[in-house]
Design a protein around this ligand. Sequence first.
Ligand code: PLP
Length: 384
Amino acid sequence: MGQQIPNFATVEDVIADLAPGYPIYCLRPAELKRQAEFFLDAFPGRVMYAVKCNPHLTVLRALYEAGIRHFDTASLAEIAHVREHFPQADCYFMHPVKARASIMTAHQVYAVDHFVIDHEKELAKIIDVTGGGDGRVVLVRIVTPVHDAQYQLSDKFGIAAEDAAELLRKVHEADFQTGVAFHVGSQCRTPQAFVDGIETALGVIEAAGVPVHYLDVGGGFPAVYQDDYPPALSVYLYAIQEAFDRARLRKDCVLMCEPGRALVASGCSLLTQIQLRKDDKLYINDGIYQSLSETLLGKVKLPARLINPKREIATECRDFTIFGPTCDNLDILPAPFCLPVDAEEGDWIEIGQTGAYSNSAATRFNGFFPETFVSVDAPPLMPG
Ligand SMILES: *Cc1c(COP(=O)(O)O)cnc(C)c1O
């Protein structure tokens, strides 16, 4: 299948071969598979991958090979991308606000039959475009209690629990299969957030008094970052399993989740190069407008190591402020990197845990756009 990317044993081998002056995404297919297999094995329901987190074909392929068959997609482009490459996979249209043309094409061309809404006008739109229920699925996305998450998605999406029952009833009356969905927020550090979410969903389901076929606990499962060690994923999945079992929903109610970050963050590192050093400032070739926007928007701290196979590197480290490549003064990483004191122009910095919201969020601002991908066999660069 097309678009094979070059494979290397280690990141050092990438440098030896390419001596890159441009950033390179070093994907770890084995790590991606390992994370996917963990979720598929430990989650007591259906696992969807949230494609927006990292849509690169090598990433999707690794997840698919591990057994992921369900994809949480938010745009027609994502749906087309998944369905063209993996005709056997299912796409779920999980954006609560959709263009009519996207609903129609998703439905007619790509056989998408799961949609999310958080407002009755969106339900009317789906009925208009698809002709109504007929066994298709509409999930109502609800707001759930706020916990310690880095991004609060309920600021933008979700219907208040007290209004959700009526919307769920309307979905049922329009002859759709029904579901309730939520998203506790990305990089969520408390398993209890999912338990509260499930309990909120149950309240809605009871108030609605209609059969519910899907309960979707969303994404938000955390990755491990520098100075950010949330509870293990198994703790989250166990808490969800317990809450779901307690809920005693219909036997045919399918539990679903939509992890993005937790599946792919560790599956890529970013190889950058120092273009100039000024005292404690390092100017590198990637920044907040390319692969590293989360360091600013999500205050995410990433592990980093200095590499230069051509010289002996100092063992003593110090903090450096990292400047991105654009001419924009926002393009400075908020947290310093602790790197060897003799870091210099031409050295490489490998930045770990960059599989999530890196390439997928990169812009072409100022002409700096990383688009080189390789795969690497060596284990991922983890936080120290
Ligand atoms: C972004 C998103 C996800 C993935 O969230 P993570 O925090 O990366 O797990 C899941 N579902 C929906 C609807 C999303 O928008």
